[in-house]
Design a protein. Structure first.
Length: 167
């Protein structure tokens, strides 16, 4: 095979791989915009736990200036989101470029604003009761039934009152 043909095939493969990556989470699953991975020393911005120890629960907020706040679960991410003046003085919700949570079944980062969250049930996160995230509503429904969940919420439905009930 000629070097030119090899490069053309390599470029075609790279293009296909890039296009297929968002579909890997499944049809209709939104891709998280450049979800950062926590390092071994990154701590939850709310409780201080080491985040990388719990990869199936990692969540993050990436600000427009590139700074990232990590969390050991959706519950702490939402506590932070609902009380930015306390947790991130000088920051506003409008400063946020992306919110990422981990899909429970695929263990891949997904867009936190479009995720489906199950509350209640028999699955616990690192800090006890947790909101369990899914990219697809069908997966959330299946989890709800299999794990005796209480209900499915969207991002804006997860109010401080809902979080307080989980504590």
């Amino acid at each position: 095979m000629s070097p030119l043909r090899f490069l053309a095939l390599l470029a075609a493969f790279a293009t296909l791989a890039t296009l297929a990556a968002p579909a890997a989470a499944g049809p209709g699953a939104p891709a998280a915009a450049a979800a950062p991975a926590p390092g071994p020393k990154d701590r939850c911005a709310v409780c201080g736990m080491l985040v990388a120890k719990y990869p199936q629960w990692v969540a993050s907020i990436r600000y427009r200036d590139g700074e990232v706040a990590f969390f050991d679960g959706v519950k702490d991410l939402l506590a932070y989101w609902h009380d930015l003046p306390r947790h991130a003085p000088g920051r506003a919700q409008g400063d946020v470029a992306a919110i990422s949570v981990t899909d429970y079944y695929s263990a891949r980062p997904i867009d936190g604003r479009s995720a489906f969250y199950v509350i209640g049930g028999d699955v616990r996160g690192p800090m006890g009761a947790e909101l369990v995230a899914f990219a697809r509503e069908g997966d959330a429904k299946a989890f709800l039934n299999e794990h005796r969940g209480q209900r499915i919420l969207r991002f804006d439905d997860a109010t401080p009152a809902v979080l307080e009930a989980l504590r």
